[in-house]
Design a protein around this ligand. Sequence first.
Ligand code: URA
Length: 215
Amino acid sequence: MLPKDLVERCKKRMEPYNCEGFVHGRGPGDPLIMVVGEAPGETEIHNGMPFSGRAGKVLDEFFEYLGVSREEIYFTSTVRSRPFKIVHKEGQGGEIIQKKYNRAPNMKEQLAHAPIVDYEIRHIKPKQIVTLGNIGLQRLLGRKYTISEVHGKLIHAPVRRLKDMDTNEWTLTDREYAIFPTFHPASIFYNRSLLEKIHRDLDELKKHLKGDKGP
Ligand code: URA
């Protein structure tokens, strides 16, 4: 569980931005895998459970394919509130209605909540991190990495952490972590052909996990 004052400080840091709600990470203290996603969506904000919406259902299928159960995974995300944009639409009677849509968290929002993932990584010391999409990948490894280039490849490296809350500068952890990037499950809603690539990534991840899980 995150310290209350850390959560309060991070919520305050997020106040200037169009983000709503707050979802805590979830999972065991000694997980087989830590999953680092992007940000919760409407469903997650509503019920407080990470990856419980449409993308979460796809993610469950990935882990079933991998032979790993939810109980073995710690779920977290780069940002813990739902970033949204407001779109005005014309209703059937010609009236203007406002709708909230999910959007990717921008860098200021990522920095606002950076201390949370930093805390989780420091305390959980995950044996294997799986990042989903570019946001999770770049949160940990920086912008020189792109998901299309490094998905399915195990990377041993220190990860980015916030140097301090006042300067908002990134620095690196002292120790290295095993990071395995793959695509975000929601990506297949827009590009179905990624599913095949994700399965090949998971085949690769399975080989690495064998060492951790035993035969
Ligand atoms: N995407 C994420 O990164 N986290 C969620 O909880 C849902 C979708």
